[in-house]
Design a protein around this ligand. Structure first.
Ligand code: FES
Length: 104
């Protein structure tokens, strides 16, 4: 399965994704610029991404920790999520997102 990630320079990358991995880990392991300073503990908001609107309903609902961290992120939009809180599954095969400026 794949995810499609647009980097802060506007280039789109098709990344091989592994079920059960955090989307943040997939982005990081492919060498794209995402800071993810806390390593996926939902404690930094530097894994901020913008999710393609059509995919939003397929994502697991935000937990309160993610909402609280996103409150501290820059340039938050309606389609903002923390990529360390998105777990890859078959349902997300083809997911498209943008790395947010403050997350990269
Ligand atoms: S990696 Fe820190 S909140 Fe996602």
């Amino acid at each position: 399965m794949k995810i499609f990630v647009v980097d802060p320079d506007g280039h789109e990358h098709a990344l091989d994704a592994v079920e059960g991995w955090r989307v943040m880990e997939i982005i990081r392991d492919h060498g794209l610029p995402i800071k993810a300073e806390c390593g996926g503990a939902c404690a930094c908001a530097t894994c901020h991404v913008y999710v393609d609107e059509g995919w939003l309903p397929k994502l697991a609902a935000m937990q309160s920790e993610e909402e609280e961290m996103l409150d501290q992120a820059f340039d938050v939009q309606d389609n903002s999520r923390l990529s360390c809180q998105l777990i890859m599954s078959d349902a997300l095969d083809g997911l498209k997102l943008w790395i947010a400026p403050a997350g990269g």
